[in-house]
Design a protein around this ligand. Structure first.
Ligand SMILES: *[C@@H]1O[C@H](CO)[C@@H](O)[C@H](O)[C@H]1NC(C)=O
Ligand SMILES: *[C@@H]1O[C@H](CO)[C@@H](O)[C@H](O)[C@H]1NC(C)=O
Length: 126
């Protein structure tokens, strides 16, 4: 099983566990991450706003509570220690602290609400 497949299983499990009783009046909303993007460089310890596009939000969202998980390549590496959680997905941004990880150029942040959306790969330096 590759990591991407595992990710989809995780995302699906998150979705199923988040399903409310009134399923028919609610919509899945998976906003695209707009920052960080390709070419972004973050330094360990800095504070940054992760941002995403909320313009396509449906009236009734299945799960409004978001979280941000760090990924490397296509693997989620920050599930146990999320960069941010418990915020409203309609905020469009949340401040995170760049974690102390091995510098590399294939990090991504994943925005979770109903499901997960990967940002493009970006760089973390020390
Ligand atoms: C949103 O949810 C409310 C209450 O559950 C419902 O009355 C309304 O029809 C829903 N609207 C849409 C666009 O699904
Ligand atoms: C994040 O965005 C908020 C609102 O625009 C702003 O007040 C805050 O200074 C930003 N934080 C950083 C680290 O840029």
């Amino acid at each position: 099983m590759n990591a991407l497949f595992l990710f989809f299983i995780f995302a699906f499990a998150t979705l199923v566990s988040a399903l409310p009783v009134q399923l028919q009046t609610r919509d899945v909303f998976v906003p695209p991450v707009t920052y960080p993007h390709a070419g972004t460089v973050w330094k360990i310890g800095q504070r940054h706003n992760v941002t995403w596009d909320t313009s396509g939000a449906p009236v009734n969202i299945t799960n409004k509570i978001g979280s941000i998980v760090l990924a490397k390549g296509d693997r989620l590496i920050g599930l146990a220690n999320r960069l941010a959680k418990g915020f409203d997905i309609l905020d469009g941004r949340v401040e995170v602290t760049v974690p102390d990880v091995t510098p590399a150029d294939d990090y991504a942040v994943v925005l979770f609400g109903d499901s997960g959306n990967f940002s493009p790969h970006f760089t973390i330096t020390n």
